[in-house]
Design a binder for this molecule. Structure first.
Ligand code: IMP
Ligand code: MG
Length: 173
């Protein structure tokens, strides 16, 4: 294991930002309920902490997607690996991702939930790598903007490793 992780966002900073996002979302949805769609596996740590900070009624469900292509380069083709258990029709969906990179995943999911007749759809990502966008996606909630580097921790993996780090770091190869 020759890679090294440089701490970029310590746990306290992430927790603080998640509280702020939770308060914002709770205000925005006052009098409504929310259907949180957590995209596995990366977003699971973030989505659970976020759900705990939302004060309006929350239902949570999980879905897994994959973008096909070689290595770290996305081809833009997104596939469903595991679908939701619950229907989204008539619900206020918030899609929760670990990171928005090319934007293909959010673009695909937004269209999917529109087709499934969600009442409303908003998009939330813990991290935003804006420099890497290939499709234009209007985000509603962003935790932190990050540079174009490989991020790990707090759910984010490299080769299925580092998800369990309580902080977010940059992986140096
Ligand atoms: P998008 O469809 O290109 O926006 O892809 C988003 C997905 O790519 C995320 O859900 C992550 O699984 C993965 N990804 C993108 N950048 C990183 C990174 O820096 N570290 C770990 N995973 C990443
Ligand atoms: Mg992911």
């Amino acid at each position: 294991m020759s890679e090294k992780v440089r701490v970029m966002l310590p746990e306290e900073e992430i927790d603080h930002r998640i509280r702020e996002l939770g308060e914002q979302i709770s205000k925005d949805y006052e009098g409504e309920s929310i259907f949180l769609v957590c995209i596995l596996k990366g977003a699971s740590f973030f989505a659970c902490e976020l759900a705990k900070r939302i004060t309006v009624p929350v239902t949570i469900d999980f879905m897994a997607t994959s973008s096909y292509g070689s290595g770290t380069v996305s081809t833009g083709e997104v596939k469903i690996k595991k679908d939701l258990d619950l229907p989204v029709a008539g619900r206020n969906v918030i899609i929760v991702e670990d990171i928005i990179d090319s934007g293909h995943t959010f673009h695909f999911l937004e269209n999917l939930f529109k087709d499934r007749n969600a009442k409303s759809i908003r998009k939330c990502a813990m991290l935003d790598k804006a420099d890497r966008r290939e499709v234009d996606v209007q985000m509603d909630y962003i935790g932190f903007s990050v540079p174009d580097a490989f991020m790990v921790g707090y759910g984010l993996d490299y080769d299925q490793k580092y998800r369990n780090l309580p902080y977010i770091g940059i992986l140096d190869f």
